[in-house]
Write a protein that binds this ligand. Structure first.
Ligand code: ZN
Length: 377
């Protein structure tokens, strides 16, 4: 599951890029926020991803990740160049999900560690996909959950939707406006880039009869391809983006992630395990991360990259689970008031030259401490 959103330029309240994702995962999985500083590597030693090893690069970027604790990869995150990425599970595809190779979540982390723009991230993911493919179990100790991936990638100037099936991929560049992806292929015949030979392959496999009929989503979806209903998570998410067009801010993106009418804030055996909202402009970005289940009752905390220390050192998963069971509305209100105050404070700083990374690092620490003290009852 999952929903990922982006608003750019004329869709936003301040011409920034606003990105948001809810990561919907199995109920018991923990997904802390993890910070990994810039690092130099011995490139003779291979990098062990979740299931396979691949050559390492000499240097990796500083990255902030929202990362299921058992796997190498990440559901979403940001890097020091203000590139952000989120993935989506695509279940109904015509290509095999086996053998284990790279997971979509590995591709998210690899691209954040190795790219300085969204376009670079897209090309890197496509190269890795063509070389290694994708596949393997996507939840811990669960042989039933396997999927391919779509991705939403953004930087201060543009966004990309990258949709993949096996080793096949197609990409769409977005320079302005809104876009959201859920658990379905969505790129039809309007695309910017694609893997060489994709149309010939689709014709050979009998997915379409000729070049004029090539429609990526229809060709590569297993079974009948249907448009999403207005009341699906994808349809309702699009409606919420449209109805806020021109005004989209981090606060509105958080409201969208907290929506229950369309089921975007997911509760149940699969639930929203963690959420991210990023506000990105040239040279400045703030990433609001929950690191805890259910955005409706969680606290979005501000992070910058680089940050001072690894926030997973104060992993609040167990405390949060106890706190959530209390259903203490007044404490949730208190956390949300604090969140509003922080957003206003930081948004003002973002719009002026009164901006220092050290200031935000201080506010991050304050926010983590306040949440910890409020939920440690
Ligand atoms: Zn909720």
């Amino acid at each position: 599951m999952c929903d990922t959103f982006v608003a750019l330029g004329s869709a936003t309240h301040n011409d920034n890029v606003i990105f948001g994702k809810n990561s919907d995962r199995p109920y018991n999985e923990r997904q802390p926020v993890v910070y990994i500083p810039k690092q130099k590597h011995n490139s003779n030693i291979d990098l062990k991803c979740t299931y396979i090893s691949i050559p390492q690069v000499e240097e990796t970027n500083a990255v902030l990740l929202s990362k299921p604790s058992w796997m190498w990869g990440a559901e979403m995150g940001a890097n020091e160049y203000n590139v952000v990425i989120g993935n989506e599970a695509i279940f109904d595809t015509r290509e095999p999900m086996w053998p284990p190779s790279l997971l979509g979540m590995d591709l998210v982390r690899l691209a954040l560690e190795r790219s300085s723009t969204a376009a670079q991230a897209v090309h890197l993911m496509c190269d890795l996909l063509e070389t290694y493919g994708q596949g393997g179990f996507c939840a811990e100790n669960d042989p039933t959950l396997m999927y391919h991936n779509s991705f939403l990638i953004a930087d201060p100037t543009e966004a990309w939707v990258l949709e993949t099936v096996g080793k096949w991929w197609i990409g769409q560049q977005i320079k302005d406006g809104i876009r959201n992806i859920s658990n379905r292929l969505s790129i039809r015949s309007e695309y910017t880039i694609s893997r060489n030979g994709i149309i010939d392959y689709a014709i050979e496999q009998g997915y379409c009869d000729n070049e004029a009929e090539f429609d990526f989503a229809k060709c590569f979806t297993k079974g009948t391809y249907l448009e999403p209903s207005r009341y699906s998570r994808e349809g309702w998410g699009k409606h919420l983006l449209r109805s806020n067009y021109g005004e989209i801010s981090p606060i509105i993106m958080m409201e969208i992630l907290r929506d229950h009418f369309g089921g975007i804030c997911m509760h149940g055996a699969f639930r929203t395990t963690a959420s991210q909202v990023s506000n990105i402009s040239k040279n400045k970005a703030v990433h609001w991360m929950t690191g805890s289940p259910h955005p409706c009752i969680s606290f979005f905390k501000p992070f910058v990259v680089p940050t001072q220390k690894d926030p997973s050192e104060c992993d609040i998963f167990e405390l949060r689970e106890k706190f959530n069971l209390l259903e203490n509305d007044s404490l949730v209100q208190e956390l949300h008031s604090l969140e509003q105050e922080l957003i206003q404070n930081i948004e003002q700083k973002l719009q002026t030259d009164n901006w220092s990374i050290a200031d935000i690092q201080y506010l991050t620490q304050e926010a983590l401490n306040r949440e910890l003290s409020l939920i440690s009852l």
